[in-house]
Write a protein of this length. Structure first.
Length: 146
């Protein structure tokens, strides 16, 4: 699995925590910024990460900003992206099992690095359940193709 990851200035600390986690999990990643000390616009980071996933160059994406909201809104504009804004471990597992989410968004002003690490770990480890959920996800991709 290869993961594209980025944050704006509001999410740098959690991004670093997740980079460390992916090192420990031996997961390949592409760190797409931003630089320390920057002040940037979250769409400039969310959209490139989402495009990496939509193109198949990366399998999953992780985005962090202050709330996670801006990142998730922007990422979900890219065709093929199912970005889940998650701040609890239950939802991290559920959105992989049921929604086959391919991008995870979190907010550093909402949760701390310890919880973010647990969320990312569960999200990275959980496979899509398929079955009855396949048809539900297909209805989303069908709509995108109209
Ligand atoms: C940046 O100040 C902040 O707006 C951003 O990190 C994010 O929370 C937007 O949704």
């Amino acid at each position: 699995m290869k993961v594209a990851i980025a944050s704006d200035h509001g999410g740098i600390n959690i991004r670093k925590e997740i980079l460390q986690l992916m090192e420990e999990m031996n997961i390949e990643y592409e760190d797409m910024g931003c630089e320390d000390g920057c002040s940037v616009d979250y769409p400039d980071y969310a959209i490139p990460v989402a495009e990496k996933v939509a193109s198949g160059e990366c399998d999953r994406g992780i985005l962090v900003c202050g709330t996670g909201i801006g990142m998730s809104i922007a990422a979900n504009k890219v065709k093929g992206i199912r970005c889940a804004l998650v701040h609890d471990v239950f939802s991290a597992k559920a959105t992989r099992l049921h929604n086959d989410s391919n991008v995870l968004a979190m907010g550093e002003r909402v949760i701390g690095p310890g919880l973010a690490r647990e969320i990312a770990k569960v999200w990275l480890e959980t496979d899509f359940e398929g079955g009855r959920h396949e048809n539900r996800v297909r209805k989303i991709t069908d709509y995108e193709s109209r």
